[in-house]
Write a new protein. Structure first.
Lengths: 450, 501
């Protein structure tokens, strides 16, 4: 009797233990990905695509760190219901190799929306669903996005890790640029009405960037900066961008493009290819342009933060001082506090002439990006995978209290194309040395007189 | 109650009434702080079956070792007490691997191996604090309470093989320690019943060295294709926390104790070790012998190791058979089933590193332990008031299923006789000395769970997780076979000093 009661009790506890938590099965080895075109008629260097098992079919699945929610259609498109329903299901992720489609990861018991995700990159690239940030934010995601997609050995890949167990300082010492990011998107409802559907949590990676900064040459002329001038001496335009592997090109709002000094034709996108975005139901009219350079800069958005471009300029001034230290250089007064050089922020600079799609500020894409926080800092656009070509990145969503993008350029990359600068901490004593910006070990440099 | 008078371990109430004074809390605290700088010995492959006094400690023993065995028994503490002790433990493991097929690596071929010996010597005088020590201070307070603070090493493993031995793919060496710092509180609920709780911090340290076979074909176990992973923490890690709780009941000549010690709490029982002093040496067949760049830091590899520790239940009964003789029975249920694997993630330099390409940066080392039962019977004879001795026979079931045994996880049914003596010197001092010899019934692994062909088969299947080979790899069993015979012998010599004041 007691034994039976005890068994029943244990069984009840066991059932309680079988919670509704999703179950992930993966092996932390690269999962080969295909690429969508960057634009209609463009190269296959756009959004990252895997295959997914749906019955006996293996349609394409968009892997998008910028989508808040995941979806997988269960029937044929168009969906019979006006508003997509959510369901608890499985995603069986298949590697998108040319010759085989092995099962590379299982996401069991995840919440999915039954909708037709539509086209990505161009009208012909239809996907059956999206593996979005709501699932991906459980991992530290490593992406390899080769610059030359035509080489057979250079397939894009994604590796899922449970975490990235290295401190910022260890990563910096090993040559990685560590750029912290914030997550956005919370409380956005999944559907038009939002009724009865699960809302999204913050899982969209948003980063501070400096658009169109000037070219930096370590042996170029000195850039002076007096105390209090740090923001005055900044060049380029501050941007707030979402990181989305579901997009190919860099996407900017028209207002952001104007800040960068660009012209927006009217009507926008007339006679040009439309942008196919997973964040918008319909193709978006776009003006296609190029951004000379872009730097993702580590830093927060606090009142004391001078902004991405000012931080970038400071990091470059500090690098210039260290690179030319043998010539008796000194740190600029605006880069010094109490006689000690301020830390140079980590940054990832990419160039040159990055293809960019300029879209209207009122487009579905820009509206969607800002839906969660309409009165606050505006997200200016999206960094797509084409802009990240030739860079090894790891999006560490698991790091606490803030996620971080850890980046390194492919070996042999030209500085004008890719430059990952780890943070450089100032020295406080003449007996100290540090190694920054790929330079050999340097001692203490003085501060310039005011 | 009177029938117990004069027994070596007088009951709680009797001794508490003998207490001369209540210790000053500050003094205890300061003493504890001093003691924390110094420290602390293994049933299964990981845990120490002799925490405290070898041959006398148990869940019904009313001294400071109760913080580990059963905090409720602290309630029998008399006055103030200070205990320190050390164990020296020498382990010898002999591995005779079965010959393998030189092409497939499967057992049953013509490629034979020399016999490999592994040695481990554990002693507490080390930094980070070594295993085998116990240090504690405590006191009975206000008749119904007892407080104590103690440090010991509940889990440890130390074994080192000759680097050229065939055990390299499973273990070259390991030094793993979990140092506990615990505060114990016991409350006397009734004259017969006491409860106790001992929350604690667990400071972990680890150093693990093994080889990874980077080849995916013949010849099997090619030393030139073996990468050396030398992974270590930089001292002890930020602690996890755990708790021990128990009850103690006494009636007539019988005492019974039951205790539970949790696995690390708040992390699903997972211990996470930051591998800050790690090194990965590429195989000799590769062009580069060093992962680190010329201007970067050394070591240039960092990472994390994760594993689960077991929780355990302990029960014990003591029968005070005569004025001079106690009979003790102790059972421990060590829930090793949770110790299924060790996962490791490494991060290397940003340059053109092999790590993450030809050298895996994510590894799973399969352990596949099972729960074990540790049973012991003990007689404690006290012919004189100043002297007692004990004889213990301990039996323990294997924590490692036969198929899962490998050089890093050697275990089988064990038999351990132990003898201990204790002398009381003057009014305050007791010194106990004990010796135990643990003999493991030899284990012969025929069908090893490790499959040397799985890595290549999984690669052939393009990493398809639905294939059995990739499931084997995923579980960390795609490694060279561990088939062979395993023997282990362990000597433990313990010394414990108890000061009552």
């Amino acid at each position: 009797m007691y034994a039976r009661a005890l068994t029943a009790l244990c069984f009840s506890f066991a059932l309680v233990g079988c919670s509704d938590e999703p179950v992930f099965e993966y092996d932390s080895r690269p999962i080969e990905l295909q690429r969508a075109p960057t634009a209609p008629g463009g190269q296959a260097q756009g959004a990252t695509l895997a295959r997914v098992k749906v019955g006996s079919d293996t349609p394409l699945l968009l892997v998008d760190t910028g989508s808040l929610l995941s979806s997988l259609r269960r029937g044929v498109c168009p969906s019979a219901t006006a508003e997509p329903a959510s369901y608890e299901g499985d995603i069986q992720l298949l590697g998108a190799g040319d010759t085989s489609t092995p099962v590379r990861a299982w996401f069991r018991g995840v919440t999915l929306f039954d909708l037709c995700a539509g086209a990505v990159g161009d009208a012909d690239t239809q996907v059956a669903g999206v593996l979005g940030g709501d699932i991906l934010h459980n991992f530290s995601l490593s992406f390899t996005l080769p610059r030359d997609p035509d080489q057979p050995s250079s397939m894009a890949s994604m590796t899922l890790y449970s975490n990235l167990p290295a401190t910022d300082s260890d990563l910096a010492a090993n040559g990685y640029a560590v750029v912290k990011f914030s997550l956005r998107g919370a409380n956005a409802t999944a559907t038009a009405s939002g009724s009865g559907q699960p809302g999204a949590s913050s899982s969209r990676v948003v980063m501070r960037a400096c658009g169109n900064p000037p070219v930096f040459v370590a042996d170029g002329p000195e850039q002076t900066c007096k105390t209090g001038e740090v923001e005055v001496q900044a060049a380029g335009s501050n941007l707030l961008l979402a990181l989305s592997t579901g997009h190919g090109p860099l996407v900017l709002s028209a207002s952001a493009w104007r800040r960068l000094g660009g012209q927006v034709p009217s009507p926008l996108g007339a006679g040009e290819s439309a942008l196919y975005s997973p964040l918008a139901a319909n193709p978006i009219p776009a003006h296609w342009a190029t951004v000379s350079r872009l730097a993702l800069v580590n830093g927060d958005s606090g009142d004391a933060w001078p902004g991405a471009c000012a931080e970038l300029a400071r990091a470059r001034r500090i690098e210039w001082t260290l690179a030319n230290q043998d010539n008796g250089t000194c740190f600029q007064p605006c880069d010094v506090s109490s006689g000690v050089a301020l830390p140079a922020a980590a940054y990832l600079e990419i160039g040159s002439d990055l293809p960019a799609a300029i879209v209207s500020d009122t487009s579905d894409l820009i509206s969607n990006l800002n839906e969660d926080f309409p009165s606050g800092a505006q997200v200016d656009g999206v960094i797509g995978t084409e802009a990240l070509a030739g860079i090894r990145i790891e999006i560490d969503n698991v790091s606490q209290p803030q996620g971080r993008l850890v980046a390194a350029c492919e070996p042999g990359a030209d500085r004008q194309t890719c430059w990952a600068a780890p943070t450089c901490l100032g020295l406080s004593g003449s007996d100290q040395t540090h190694t920054c910006f790929g330079l050999s070990s340097r001692g203490l440099a003085p501060a310039c007189p005011q | 109650m009177g029938t117990l008078k004069g027994f070596p371990t007088p009951p709680a109430m009797v001794r508490r009434r003998q207490s001369r004074r209540t210790p000053h809390a500050t003094r205890i605290f300061m003493t504890a702080c001093v003691l924390m700088g110094v420290t602390p010995a293994s049933a299964g492959p990981l845990d120490d079956p002799h925490v405290g006094s070898l041959g006398f400690s148990g869940p019904t023993t009313g001294d400071l070792t109760a913080v580990y065995w059963n905090p409720a028994a602290l309630g029998m503490l008399q006055g103030n007490q200070f205990m320190f002790g050390a164990s020296l433990r020498a382990t010898r493991v002999t591995v005779d691997r079965a010959p393998i097929d030189p092409v497939t690596g499967q057992p049953g071929g013509t490629a034979s191996f020399p016999s490999a010996s592994g040695h481990g010597f554990e002693q507490p005088i080390a930094w980070p604090p070594g295993p085998g020590g116990f240090l504690g201070v405590g006191a009975g307070v206000a008749r119904r309470f007892a407080l104590a603070i103690a440090t010991y090493t509940p889990f440890s493993q130390k074994l080192s093989f000759d680097v050229t031995t065939p055990t390299r793919y499973h273990l070259v060496s390991v030094d793993s320690r979990q140092l506990a710092l615990v505060c114990g509180l016991a409350i006397e609920v009734t004259d017969s019943l006491q409860v106790g709780v001992a929350p604690g911090l667990l400071f972990s340290y680890g150093h693990l060295v093994f080889d990874e076979d980077t080849a995916l074909g013949a010849p099997a176990e090619n030393p030139a294709a073996a990468a050396r992973y030398d992974l270590a923490t930089d001292g002890t890690q930020a602690p996890s926390y755990f708790v021990v709780g128990g009850i103690h009941y006494r009636r007539g000549a019988w005492e019974a104790g039951l205790a539970y010690a949790s696995a690390p709490l708040g992390s699903d029982g997972t211990v996470k070790l930051a591998l800050e002093r790690s090194q990965v040496t590429p195989p000799s067949s590769t062009a580069t012998s060093d992962l680190c760049s010329t201007i970067g830091p050394r070591p240039c590899v960092s990472g994390e190791m994760r594993y689960h520790l077991p929780d355990l239940f302990t029960a014990g009964v003591t029968w005070h058979a005569t004025r001079h003789l106690d009979a003790v029975g102790i059972v421990r249920w060590v829930r090793y089933g949770s110790y299924d694997q060790i996962t490791i993630r490494l991060v290397g330099p940003s340059g053109d590193t092999l790590l993450g390409k030809t050298l895996p940066d994510q590894l799973v080392l399969y352990r596949g332990f099972q729960d074990s039962w540790d049973m012991r019977a003990r007689l404690v004879h006290a012919p004189w008031t100043w002297f007692r001795w004990s004889g213990t026979l301990r039996l323990e079931t294997s924590a490692v299923p036969e198929a899962n045994v490998n050089a890093a996880a050697v275990d089988g049914p064990k038999l351990e006789p132990a003898l201990a003596t204790e002398f009381t010197l003057g009014r305050h001092l007791k010194i106990a000395v004990g010796y135990a010899l643990a003999w493991m019934f030899p284990v012969t692994v025929g069908n090893s769970t490790f499959d040397p062909t799985a890595a290549a088969a999984c690669q052939q299947a393009a990493g398809d997780l639905s294939s059995p080979a990739c499931q084997t790899r995923l579980a960390g069993r795609a490694r060279p076979t561990a088939a062979g015979s395993y023997k282990m012998l362990q000597h433990t010599l313990g010394l414990m000093t108890t000061v009552n004041f």
